[in-house]
Design a protein. Sequence first.
Length: 76
Amino acid sequence: MLINYIKATKNLTLTNNGSSRSWRFVKVKTAGPVTFKSSANKIDFAQKAGLTNISVVNNDDGSNKGLADYAIDLSK
């Protein structure tokens, strides 16, 4: 559901979409690592936004598109 919202919105900003904190991640148990791709070298933005449970898996995902692999620990 969240991914569909992000795809439909296309341009998320903290000011327009994050200031009300109307959604959040909750602690869950997962069967394996939860990973996602995003712009490379942007972990500082996540940490400054208070997302301390995100880590870099690979700084370059090998696609030549400037993407990196990240992991999110949803148990925190």
